[in-house]
Design a protein around this ligand. Structure first.
Ligand SMILES: NC(=O)c1ccc[n+]([C@@H]2O[C@H](COP(=O)([O-])OP(=O)(O)OC[C@H]3O[C@@H](n4cnc5c(N)ncnc54)[C@H](OP(=O)(O)O)[C@@H]3O)[C@@H](O)[C@H]2O)c1
Length: 326
């Protein structure tokens, strides 16, 4: 019988709620502990969510010898620090996106994973969903003809006063928070890295962006455009434009269990229905496969590194008000 992997949640972050159900649902995982910076909030969270162990510091969670996997949903500027500490404490880590804020941090994280032999994965949940796998299959089948343009967006109205998303030093900015999705999606579809990016930003009070508009050029002639932001209603889509057909993906980043794609050829729209899975279960099962069965991760760490490299180039472009060559 396979070993049951015990998970610990690093903090009482809001996004934990998306992971608790899949960790409890998977046959290979058990949610064993929660840690918070305060014992009382850890205790309350453990009670509400029926988690057996509650720790009043992150260090105490990492010191629990029975924890196998740490889920790291800390504010972005703490991803690298606590992921490296967890890896060095002998834990595998599922770390929220963006995996880190500099390439030096990503390289240190990759080195720590290699040195310790523990698995580190970035929690880009959409990459594991059957809809995303189907999109890639359709694009690679050639039915769209020569891919010319990928357009996309991810915006919402941010109404969390004082949240790290609006504080530059904590990795705030819509490009880090949601722009990372269309950038990652376009790179996945093209299967290569952009050679040039150009971005504009609307700055918020702390200097991070409230909205971002970017475009990328790939060596094979594909162009991509996206916008991300905190100041408009909830919007997300991806459209892949080929010489022969267009693929429309209305819910690319948070596909539901049953989702739909639209293939438009000669002005005729074909509906493609996808029977999916629970959105966040895929990343839980993928890291279990890597830990228990030594399977390659669906999102290799080099892919996570390249996404950060592109996001940093966008920020550089917006700062310099010039295109950046990669
Ligand atoms: N994949 C997805 O669908 C998805 C969705 C949303 C967010 N995310 C990612 O998940 C991460 C967390 O987002 P969130 O909105 O869930 O976070 P959040 O609710 O703001 O929670 C972050 C937690 O970090 C802890 N923390 C430690 N140091 C902190 C500090 N200096 N300031 C504030 N909090 C601190 C706090 O927990 P304690 O007080 O308990 O220590 C806090 O509750 C981000 O990286 C984000 O990009 C991913």
């Amino acid at each position: 019988m396979e070993k049951l992997l015990n998970w610990g949640l690093l903090s009482t972050a809001k996004i934990n709620q998306a992971l608790i159900k899949p960790i409890n649902a998977s046959k290979r995982t058990r949610l064993l502990a929660i840690a918070s910076r305060s014992q009382s909030s850890a205790d309350a969270y453990a009670r509400e969510n029926k988690i057996p162990r509650a720790y009043g510091s992150y260090e105490a969670l990492l010191a629990d010898p029975e924890i196998d996997v740490i889920y790291n949903p800390l504010p972005n500027h703490l991803h690298a620090e606590w992921t490296i500490k967890a890896l060095r404490a002998g834990k595998h880590v599922l770390c929220e996106k963006p995996i880190a804020l500099t390439l030096a941090e990503v390289d240190e994280m990759i080195a720590a994973a290699k040195e310790t032999g523990n698995v580190l994965a970035e929690a880009f949940m959409y990459r594991h969903h059957p809809q995303t796998l189907k999109v890639k299959e359709i694009v690679d089948s050639g039915v769209l003809g020569k891919i010319q343009l990928i357009k996309g967006a991810f915006t919402f109205t941010l109404d969390r006063e004082g949240n790290f998303r609006q504080i530059k030093e904590m990795g705030g900015g819509s490009i880090w928070d949601v722009g990372c999705y269309p950038v990652s999606y376009a790179r996945m579809i093209v299967g290569a890295e952009p050679v040039e990016v150009f971005g504009w930003q609307v700055e918020g009070p702390s200097g991070s962006d409230d909205s971002f508009i970017g475009q990328m050029r790939f060596a094979n002639g594909v162009h991509a455009q996206f916008d991300s932001g905190f100041k408009s209603p909830s919007r997300s889509y991806i459209e892949v434009v080929g010489s022969d057909a267009v693929l429309k993906i209305p819910s690319p980043f948070k596909p539901r269990k049953n989702s739909e794609l639209f293939l438009v050829r000669d002005e005729v729209e074909e509906r493609i229905k996808i029977t999916g899975t629970e959105l966040y279960l895929g990343e839980v099962e993928d890291i279990c496969d890597s830990i228990l069965l030594k399977k390659p991760q669906r999102i290799p760490l080099e892919d996570s590194r390249e996404n950060i490299a592109v996001l940093l180039s966008f920020i550089e472009s917006a700062d310099k008000k010039k295109p950046v060559l990669l």
